[in-house]
Each structure stands twice: as C-alpha cells, then as structure tokens.
Ligand binder design. Structure first.
Ligand SMILES: [Zn+2]
Length: 457
C-alpha cells in the first residue's frame, strides 16, 4: 500500500470516528448535504443519470427511479463518470491473467458473482477505495479492535479467495498494515481449515456466518482449539442457531456486520449487541416493499435501496439490493446516532451433508458450489440434493458449454472436499423453481438443518 493510500484511509477513518459522536440531527444534515453532492456529480458527469433523473433534479430522493443491477450493467458505459472507461475493456481486464492490481493504473475493480443473473462490476478510485476500507475498519473498531499503526491484530479470514471478490480486495489492502493475516478459502477441506487455524491461533476470526457455525461445531467436537477474542461474521444471514453455537463455545465474542460489494460495509454491530447500526454517513438506505414503497419501522422490507454517498466513478443512487431488512426505532445506549437494523433476511443457503471418503459425513460449504458456477456464465442455478446424487439445474447456459465438463468440475470440487464419489447431473432448464417463500434457493438439502428465525442479533 502506498503512503498516499494509507493517509487517505486514516483520514477517512478519523472523519468516521468524529461523526459517531454527533447528535442525530447533525448526522442527518450531513447526510442530506452529501446526498446533494452525490446527485449533482452524477447528473453532471454521467450521461445515464442526466437522462434517468431528467426533470427530477430537485425532487426528493424517494421520487427518483430505482436502479437495478441489470439496468446498471446494460448501460454501464453511460453510467460511469470517467468517459474513457468501457465495460468491454473491464471484462477483458477481469478475464486477463496475471492480474494487474489496478485497472488503467487507477481503479480497483470488484465483481459480484454471476449467480444471481448478472455479474456486477464496480470501480473504485483511490478516494473511493479509502472510503470502502475505512467502512470495514469502522466495523472492526466497533468490535473493540481499534485500528492504529502500532497495534496489529493476528487475524484469520475464512472466505472467498476469488481475487475479484471484495473480501479479497479488502484483505490485499489491509494485509500489509493492520493485521498479520492467515487467509483460508472457505472452499478448502474442513480438516485443512481446522488444522491451519489450530496452528495460527487467531485473535480475530473473520468468516461467513455459515462457516462460523461449522467451526463452532468443530470446536465443540474437540477438533478445533482456538480462543479468538473476537469473531466477525459477514456476507450471509446469521441464523439464531449459528449465533447460539458460536456463543456457546467462545462466549460473547461475536460481532455481525453487513455489507455489499457495491457499498463496502453498510452496517455493523456495536458493543451493545442490540442490532446493526447503519453507516448513514457512508451509505443512505431505504427499506421498501416489492413496489419500492417505504415500509414502517419494525417491518421487513422486500428490498433495500442504497445510495452510496462516497461514490463518484460509478454513482449508485437508489440502487436495489435484494436483501430484506427490518429497521428498529431503538436508540443506541452507547450514544451512536445511527439508525438500527434489527433483522436481516437474506438468502440462507443450505449446507449439504454428504458421505465422505472415510465413511464419515462431510458438510459442504455453499462456496464450493459458487466457485464452480462462477466460472460459467449461466443466468441462474440451483443444486438439489437427491437420495442418490445431486441435480444441478441451470438456466441461460451458453449452447457451447459442455454439461459433462461442468458435471466433472462439480465432481472434482467435491472430491477435494473428501466427499465420496457421487453422480452429479447437470440439467438445462428454462426457469429455476421457487420455494413457497417466493425465493429460489441456490442449494436445497435433502434434510435441511433446522434454522431458526433469521438474524435477530
Ligand atoms: Zn449501539
């Protein structure tokens, strides 16, 4: 990391710390000024927004149209405010090897998985990236891990190692600075993860929520022996069952955070553990129903609309995330001025329990399947566990994609998990079946583990 970058992150972090002590009225005034600057910049420099918001330049935020990921990616070249950036060049850059650290020597590029239909690509210049890193740093500080140059926290991260995944990009920035870090792919065999964690003995463990649950079970079973001071979970819905398992073995060390590739951290748990405070000076959120109407406090919305107050290269104004969030009217006993999320319902994915090569049962993390599907450009997929194997339903798979080859990729990935050989059948379908909830689960276990009401931290 360059000294300029370090300086930019520390400056951002100092500003975030100051705003945490503000009164709510002052915070909201700041937010509304930051929103006005964001909108003015977008309309001045993005042909897309000039058109999208025409006649609405003075309208309240809630009157503006909603931006979906599909619309954003279709009109990307017009959305981006740097007129020299082209989506086609970005695609080439992302598919290229070896990986250049910066696109055009200037932008960090993060991509979201294509599993939800469209691959999303997001660019961050130095200032924007500093804002993203500072947002994650704030979440860590709230967990009691103050960030400065003299105190490092021995960290283990069990997450995606796909280089374009935001967690990898954030890690690449942080590694050299605030944390000596062990990074393990969540898709590695559990035995390996457990052995490496036992050797490393992290003070801070960062993981996907479902992996946190799996590791708590390993500790309970006597195979894992670590005593982290803090555990930070993200990227997935944290179930009550996972929270209970983790608290049961390690005590009250758990801090949940919520974020997205598009935004950086959106919200995090404070030491009062009464929910997740929204970083309202970093991103503005609106909880809405399926028709994009606001829902009252205490009610789950169907979507979350986010407006990133720090973005200039790819402005996101009323950008739709498919997470269902419930806000609370509760105030923070520690005096933070931010609104509170009291529940998040995301896409909880089943963990498949499959027979292992040693006659045991292997629990396969969803990321193993994501890693395989991220390599093909399908528009949707679903894995269904059958008594005698797995069915993989795929939509929008290119004609020239060999389904046998895809099946072998699954078998290979499962073999690496020490799963006993089992047939994987790839099926081209026109639509993915939805559950009674209206959501299309990506992974359907034969006997799903009972999951309690989700994420009421
Ligand atoms: Zn609080």
């Amino acid at each position: 990391m360059t000294p300029g970058m370090l300086f930019a992150i520390l400056a951002r972090l100092r500003a975030l710390r100051q705003r945490e002590r503000w009164e709510r009225a002052r915070l909201l005034a700041y937010q509304s000024q930051a929103l006005a600057r964001t909108r003015t910049h977008a309309c001045a420099h993005s042909p897309f927004y000039r058109r999208f918001h025409r006649g609405l330049e003075r309208a309240p935020l809630a009157a503006l149209p909603v931006l979906t990921k599909a619309a954003l990616m279709e009109q990307f070249d017009e959305v981006v405010t740097d007129r020299a950036v082209r989506l086609a060049d970005l695609e080439t850059y992302l598919d290229g090897r070896p990986v250049e650290p910066l696109f055009r020597g200037r932008y960090r590029v993060c991509a979201t998985s294509g599993s939800s239909g469209h691959r999303g690509i997001f660019l961050f210049d130095q200032g924007e990236w500093a804002a993203v890193i500072a947002s994650f740093a704030r979440a860590r500080e709230w967990a009691g891990l103050r960030i400065d140059l003299t105190h490092q926290v021995k960290t283990a991260v069990v997450a995606s190692i796909t280089p374009w995944h935001m967690s990898s990009m954030v890690a690449a920035t942080g590694r050299s600075w605030w944390m000596p870090e062990l990074r393990l792919p969540a898709s590695a065999p559990l035995e390996t993860i457990v052995a490496r964690l036992n050797m490393w003995q992290p003070e801070l463990l960062v993981a996907y929520a479902s992996m946190g649950h799996i590791l708590a079970d390993e500790q309970q079973a006597g195979r894992l022996h670590i005593s982290p001071r803090r555990i930070m979970l993200s990227s997935e819905v944290l179930t009550d069952a996972a929270r209970r398992a983790i608290t049961g073995v390690w005590g009250h060390v758990l801090f949940n955070q919520y974020g997205a590739t598009e935004t950086g951290a959106i919200a995090a748990e404070c030491t009062a553990h009464h929910g997740l405070h929204v970083f309202e000076d970093h991103v503005l959120v609106e909880v809405v129903d399926a028709a994009h109407r606001p829902v009252p406090l205490g009610t789950y919305g169907a979507k979350l609309l986010v407006t990133t107050l720090f973005s200039r290269t790819v402005p996101l104004i009323r950008y739709e995330l498919s997470d269902s969030v419930r806000m609370s009217a509760a105030l923070c006993p520690a005096g933070r001025p931010f609104g509170l999320i009291s529940g998040i319902q995301g896409r909880a994915e089943d963990i498949l329990a499959l027979p292992g090569v040693h006659g045991d049962t292997v629990r396969v993390h969803p990321l193993v399947f994501h890693n395989v599907m991220d390599r093909v450009s399908a528009s949707g997929w679903q894995i269904v566990q059958m008594p005698d194997g797995l069915r993989v339903l795929v939509t929008g798979l290119p004609e020239d994609q060999d389904t046998m080859e895809l099946g072998r990729a699954f078998e290979q990935a499962l073999a690496e998990q020490l799963v006993a050989s089992l047939p994987v059948r790839i099926e081209r379908v026109s639509t993915i079946p939805k559950a009674s909830s209206g959501k299309a689960p990506l992974i359907k276990a034969l006997h799903p583990e009972p999951l309690a009401e989700k994420a009421a931290p």
